[in-house]
Design a protein around this ligand. Sequence first.
Ligand code: LCV
Length: 259
Amino acid sequence: MELIIKSYANRIGTLQFNNEGKLNCLSHTLMDELMRGLHELEQEGAHVIVLRAKPGVKVWSAGHDINELPEPRRDPLSYGDPLETLLRNIQDCPVPVIAMVEGTVWGGACDMCCSCDMVIAAEGSTFAMTPAKIGIPYNASGLIHFVHHIGLNKAKEMFFTARPTTVHEAWNNGFVNHEVSKEELETFTYDLAGKIGKNAPLAVRAIKAQFRLLTRGALIDAETAERIQAIRRKVYDSADYAEGIKSFKEKRPPVFQGR
Ligand code: LCV
């Protein structure tokens, strides 16, 4: 693995992003390595896994690799998209996964934190959900994630404004378990991971599995699911989605026409 550094000690696995040059953006390769790392660490006997970036990063992860977003007219966040698969892999990982965050977190990387079982973030961290900046309709499972974690109004504000949420706001919203100083981030996180690692692994796994099943969101009928898909398709078929990607690549602000 090149874009992820995997390590294991005292029942705690660690997966560290290793692509600062591209701001640890979630490329298909990096996400494949993350999924492989989760599986391997769980097989090696990890009781808990920490996701992290290198100490001192300014950008924890810049989110989905925009250059790998599908061309317009294709769903950018379909069920089989590597990002969606990664999020489910984290949620379904039999052992708790902790996001240890410093710096700024963008788009799909925020949803990745949401998919973790806990988030511990250093002072000065921020979290921004940016699909509206790029012209992406997001998707039902992702939106439900945020509603569950931070409530409907805060989730709407995060998505509609696309502005970075401070770690203090995120802690207040329940998105972050602990806000700690940069100096104590690593010690605090691994102490907490150690507490989980000492508990009965079967019980911890069973409790995580029950949380996963109990929070899968309200059942929706087939017609509602189809209506959601129709609403989303109008957006990823739009000129605005094409403009969102094009403007990013041309390093200029997007000019959305509402069509
Ligand atoms: C590819 C990148 C990226 C990137 N992809 O440095 O949630 S959804 O629905 O939106 C979902 C689909 C999603 O996750 O979409 C991506 C959401 N992410 C963002 O909106 C963040 C986009 N990036 C930025 O706003 C800036 O890069 C930040 C603020 C993160 C850092 O700004 P800074 O000025 O420090 P640059 O912008 O110069 O970026 C450094 C290099 O990383 C690339 C960017 O194109 C540049 O590449 P070059 O050096 O080749 O020009 N880069 C940054 N983000 N998500 N590539």
